[in-house]
Design a protein around this ligand. Structure first.
Ligand SMILES: *Cc1c(COP(=O)(O)O)cnc(C)c1O
Length: 403
């Protein structure tokens, strides 16, 4: 058998044997609170559309107006002829909102992160990343010529010990961590990077729009200004794409050297129009963040007695189960109650910390949250004995500590 063919076959068999095979599902209305799968309806607790913008008629209309004005595609990369006034306006709007001199647009957060690390880092540089950073950052870190070290999650003492040995590093953290919903200690990290003559880059994919004054994100909430801020448009913006915010000098540098910018087709101008509109909705529609806070409080009130509950200040509510199979069974059982949550298993999260990743959005109702929490209580009682003496489910116990 040819090399590649057997390699692919083996990898697929191994995945299956580990019970880790993932499947694409065709869903309808999955950008709203009620999704449809194979004719059945479910309350959707799996989307990253925290503010409920992805299917908002106002935003749909804005994109349509953009299409009428600018046509369909951008037809080229930005430096050729793909850059329009729609792109320029969006960049300017982001800069003013977030307090940076420059914004560079990308088609995805994945490419923005790769572009950033690949263009900035050279051989003998030091890159320090939080251990739980997104796959796009980890992969870029491993492939770039710099030496990457990972510090323990949110552990500023560990970070300081690494910085003291390699000052002039690039430190990269997320503002809000996607699988845990917790927040980085940005104020402390920022003072450490200043102290050790280093740069700080924050990927705020899950904080932008949700945290901070007018939704300006994790850095605004922590009152810091990192050297580089990455925001993505696939979560609270309800759309897709990303931007790197930075000084004008770094912006000039990225415009010249970031290959994902230079050699990739610009996002359609109509999308930039829609993003500008989303940006405005995020800043002015405070009720969406207030609603999230209310729903989060209700969720916490209903669930906080249970082991596996994790208190977060973000719409990401992990419920840690432990074993992959138990997480899958519970997610399946929830589906029988019309509740759709995703079981997140290794390798996305560390072994033994399989979890339900529950996300709240501004267009859920209180009633829907209660249906979630009631069903979750029932499913957990049936699948894991959490209410009994500690130690009865040892693997589960130790997994909670690992969090
Ligand atoms: C989702 C996400 C990305 C990737 O963004 P896309 O626009 O979906 O490619 C990058 N970083 C973090 C932290 C994310 O959560």
């Amino acid at each position: 058998m040819p090399l590649f063919k057997s390699r692919i076959k083996d990898a697929l068999v191994q995945r299956r044997e580990q019970g880790l095979t993932r499947q694409l599902k065709v869903l309808e209305n999955s950008n709203g609170p009620l999704l449809t799968c194979e004719g059945s309806r479910f309350i959707n607790f799996s989307s990253n559309d925290y503010l409920g913008l992805a299917n908002d008629p106002e935003l749909v209309e804005a994109w349509q107006a953009g299409l009428s004005q600018y046509g369909a595609g951008s037809a080229a990369s930005p430096l050729v002829t793909g850059f329009s006034s729609a792109h320029r306006n969006l960049e300017a709007q982001l800069c003013e909102w977030l307090g940076f001199e420059r914004a560079i647009l990308f088609s995805s957060g994945f490419s923005a992160n790769q572009a950033l690390l690949f263009s900035l880092l050279e051989k003998d540089d030091s890159l320090l990343q939080d251990k739980l950073n997104h796959a796009s950052l980890m992969e870029a870190g491993m492939l770039c010529p710099a030496t990457m070290k990972r510090f323990k999650h949110n552990d500023t003492q560990h970070l300081e010990s690494l910085l003291s040995r390699s000052p002039q590093s690039l430190v990269v953290t997320e503002g809000v961590f996607s699988m845990d919903g917790d927040q980085a200690p940005l104020e402390r990290i920022s003072s450490l990077t200043n102290q050790y003559d280093s740069w700080l880059a924050v990927d705020d994919a899950h904080g932008i729009g949700v945290l901070g004054d007018k939704g300006a994100g994790s850095c605004s909430a922590a009152q810091i200004s990192p050297d580089i801020l990455v925001i993505t448009f696939g979560k609270a913006f309800g759309l897709s794409g990303a931007a790197i915010l930075c000084s004008s000098e770094v912006g000039d540098y990225l415009t010249q050297f970031a290959r994902h910018h230079v050699y990739s087709t610009a996002m359609p101008p109509s999308q930039a129009v829609a993003l500008s509109h989303a940006c405005q909705m995020i800043q002015t529609q405070e009720w969406r963040r207030e609603k999230l806070t209310e729903l989060g409080a209700l969720y916490a009130e209903q669930m906080s007695g249970l082991k596996g509950f994790v208190d977060t200040q973000t719409p990401i509510k992990p419920f840690v189960i432990g074993e992959s199979q138990a997480a899958l069974s519970i997610a399946e059982e929830l589906k029988q109650n019309q509740v759709w949550v995703t079981a997140i298993r290794p390798p996305t999260v560390p072994a033994g910390t399989a979890r339900l990743r529950i996300t709240l959005t501004a267009n859920h109702s209180q009633k829907q949250i209660l249906q979630l929490t009631r069903s979750l209580h029932q499913a957990i009682e049936r699948n894991i004995d959490l209410s009994n003496e500690p130690g009865i489910h040892p693997s589960f116990e130790s997994n909670i500590e690992a969090q």
